[in-house]
Design a protein around this ligand. Structure first.
Ligand code: FES
Ligand SMILES: [Fe+2]
Length: 338
């Protein structure tokens, strides 16, 4: 499946840029092949528009923000949050600015510290709801914002694949004694799927410090949500009461690349575990995944007969079925390179 050729993916929300990166300057981002400019208006709300001026097509993201409007770097035209041109330095009477001077804007809103964009006016689902993000006993820690050369679908199923840790996470938590999970329960939901599982893992030293735990062998109780199409929430409950929630979106840039936007939520304090140490452990885990995922084929077949399957692939199989059903419902057929 080639994501940029399945129009239905334009009808979902994706995190594109951390708000902190918009504070001084506009930014560009390519979402599903569409070049965007993202900036902050006077209220500090993110605005997204097509990154092309309607005058001579210059990239607005190379311009600057003036009083909450985006100013083109070529001749200085300025556009407001609705895309309307509100200042043309070469026309002194603003009332004379033609209504046709405008750029295409897209729905954009701030959530969890990121600007989220939907390329359609008619989103199929809301931005994923994470109850812990508004609970005072949880802190939100931004983790990664980087491009991976692989398909979002591969990233999603990898998070729900409990056979890979033994082989991929050899320097972090993978346990050779636990090649399969002790428990695996999968439920179909309105927003995607829910997977509940129990997996035996090891705790290397940094992780033992982060968890305030002595044991080298332990188990993780996992409560994972896949939000269609490219967001995963991994709620890891440890026996000592700590909950570490990883939220990860593989925002689709092109058919073969995704922007990994990851943050975590934890119910402990900075005194108990330094945010930098929690990020350092997840960094190591994530790089182990990246190495493998970038070696996979980005044109992921939805037809499960085109790849071989095993018991632990059940979540990935259900993800494929649900994406196939989504395409069918919206009158699309799977587009591939084949
Ligand atoms: S190209 Fe943008 S103002 Fe001329
Ligand atoms: Fe992994």
């Amino acid at each position: 499946m080639l994501v940029t050729r399945q129009l239905v993916f334009k009808r979902f929300w994706y995190p594109v840029i951390p708000i902190s990166q918009l504070e001084d300057t506009p930014q560009s981002f390519v979402l599903l092949g569409e070049k965007l400019v993202v900036w902050l208006d006077l209220k500090g709300q993110p605005i997204a528009a097509r990154d092309r001026c309607c005058h001579r097509s210059a990239q607005l993201s190379k311009g600057k923000v003036t009083e909450g409007n985006i100013a083109c770097p070529y001749h200085g035209w300025e556009f407001d949050e609705t895309g309307r041109c509100v200042n043309v330095p070469q026309i002194s009477d603003k009332a004379q600015i033609p209504k046709t001077y405008k750029i295409q804007t897209y729905q954009c809103q701030e959530r969890y510290g990121y600007a989220w964009v939907c390329l359609s006016d008619d989103p199929i689902q809301d931005i994923p709801q994470i109850p812990e993000a508004s609970q005072s006993d949880y802190r939100l820690i931004p983790e990664f914002y980087e491009t991976w050369n692989c398909a979002g679908l591969r990233v999603m199923e990898n998070e729900l694949d409990l056979a890979h840790p033994t082989y991929v996470h050899t320097t972090t938590f993978g346990s050779t004694e636990h090649p399969i999970p002790d428990e695996l329960d999968i439920k179909d939901t309105e927003y995607g799927i829910k997977v509940q599982a129990k997996l035996g893992v090891v705790n290397p030293e940094l992780q033992r410090q982060n968890l305030n735990m002595e044991d080298e062998q332990t188990h993780r109780t996992l409560d994972m949500d896949w939000f269609m199409p490219f967001t995963c929430l991994l709620r890891i409950n440890y026996p000592n009461g700590l909950t570490h929630i990883v939220v990860n979106t593989a925002t689709p840039i092109s058919d073969s690349s995704s922007q990994i936007v990851q943050f975590c939520l934890r119910n402990d304090t900075e005194e108990e575990t330094k945010a930098a140490d929690a990020v350092a452990f997840d960094r190591q885990v994530t790089l182990e995944d990246k190495e493998i995922l970038e070696s996979t084929n980005y044109d992921v077949p939805l037809d499960i007969k085109k790849e071989q399957q095993m018991m632990t692939d059940k979540p990935g199989i259900l993800i494929r079925h649900k994406i196939s059903a989504l395409l069918k419902k919206h009158g699309e057929t799977e587009q591939t390179n084949e």
